[in-house]
Write a protein that binds this ligand. Structure first.
Ligand SMILES: NC(=O)c1ccc[n+]([C@@H]2O[C@H](COP(=O)([O-])OP(=O)(O)OC[C@H]3O[C@@H](n4cnc5c(N)ncnc54)[C@H](O)[C@@H]3O)[C@@H](O)[C@H]2O)c1
Length: 336
């Protein structure tokens, strides 16, 4: 027997940024949704470790994805260990969220890579929104609005460029003027402008990524034929949209347990304002053709995203392959 390779590749946030291609991220995430619908993946529920004494929490997100049908990607397993410590910036000068991903070979359990998961999370979140727009939005949308112009908004814009190029008009709204200013001047390449939340919500594509618990987008602001990516609500009690938007829209979720527990629909369901039977299906069912949205000119579609561990493992294996191909990262013998 050959001497086994026992090396683990360490990839910093800088390494991940240097090898990340949004086109590949969109492809990886689309595949993850498809594999979820085909039952070719495993994803136990997230585990939460709440540490009130430290004003923070950890989440463990394990998953397994089989080899891709075209054999371009081998099977992979992994876990994301990610936190939320809102007081970090003020108290310790550290980010609120920091993530680490451990990617393993499912056949041998060798840890193939340990990588920064902060960039990974933002990229796979942006990619999910773009995949949803690709499958649910009307053809050739002209404008895209961002309600909340923070970290996720930037990655959503980059991912949408993979699908639509630079043709979209961009409207950015945020409660912090400095956030919209930075978003428009640094990311929009001359196609963007600052607008009110109403104007951003009135675009053909609407991406919401605010962390709040009271709706910020009203039903009356949504145009007939619009598609919304509701990304901000990813925890119990979080909510961004007037529930009347849910009634008016074809609502597609990422995964049933997570969406009902912590997605945009969680509060309206808990309040008896929205029924699970109103849901159309999952994005994976749409991507695999199991369910098809019959879109009319005035149909409103909505993707309710909570963020799946499968998106992480699908992108992590692509990043690992890219790092190996390009000689990026530091290989060490980590396990004894
Ligand atoms: N669905 C997913 O997979 C997923 C993944 C990552 C993050 N998230 C969630 O997305 C949300 C945003 O994350 P982020 O990393 O972009 O945070 P961020 O802090 O970088 O950006 C959020 C922005 O929303 C703005 N904002 C807050 N309240 C607002 C309001 N009422 N109206 C308009 N703007 C408002 C803030 O000023 C900020 O600029 C969070 O709730 C986070 O938990 C979801």
């Amino acid at each position: 027997m050959d001497t086994p390779n026992k090396q683990t590749l360490i990839l910093s946030a800088r390494d991940v940024r240097s090898i990340l291609s949004m086109k590949d991220a969109v492809g990886a995430v689309e595949l993850a949704f498809a594999e979820h619908a085909r039952g070719a993946a495993m994803m136990p529920p997230k585990v939460y470790l709440s540490l009130d004494a430290y004003a923070g929490d950890f989440r463990a997100m394990p998953s397994y994805i089989g080899a891709s049908a075209d054999a371009a990607h081998p099977a992979a397993a992994g876990v994301k260990w990610v936190n939320s410590h809102p007081e970090n910036p003020a108290r310790f000068g550290l980010p609120c969220v920091m993530g680490v991903y451990v990617l393993s070979d499912p056949a041998t359990a060798l840890p193939l890579a340990i990588l920064d998961a902060t960039v990974l999370t933002a990229a796979r979140t942006g990619a999910a929104a773009a995949v949803a727009s690709r499958w649910l939005a009307k053809p050739a949308p002209k404008s895209i609005g961002f309600v909340g112009a923070g970290v996720q908004a930037r990655w959503m814009l980059d991912a949408h460029r993979v699908i639509y190029g630079d043709a979209l008009e961009i409207v950015a709204a945020d409660v912090r003027p400095e956030a919209t200013q930075a978003f428009v001047s640094e990311h929009c390449g001359g196609r963007g402008r600052i607008g009110s939340i109403e104007e951003a919500a009135g675009c053909d594509l609407v991406c919401t990524s605010t962390p709040g618990r009271t709706p910020v987008v009203q039903r009356a602001w949504i145009k007939p034929g619009a598609h919304l990516n509701a990304m901000g609500a990813d925890g119990p009690g979080k909510q961004e949209l007037d529930p009347a938007i849910l009634d008016a829209a074809v609502v597609v979720i990422d995964e049933h347990h997570q969406a009902t527990h912590s997605g945009e629909i969680n509060v309206p369901i808990a309040e008896g304002r929205y029924r699970e039977e109103q849901l159309f299906g999952t994005l994976g069912e749409v991507v695999t053709g199991k369910r098809k949205v019959e879109r009319r000119a005035d149909t409103i579609t909505l993707f309710d995203s909570t963020g799946l561990a499968l998106q992480d493992v699908a992108l992590a294996r692509v990043l690992y392959a890219a790092a190996k191909a390009r000689g990026v990262g530091t290989a060490i013998e980590l396990v004894g």
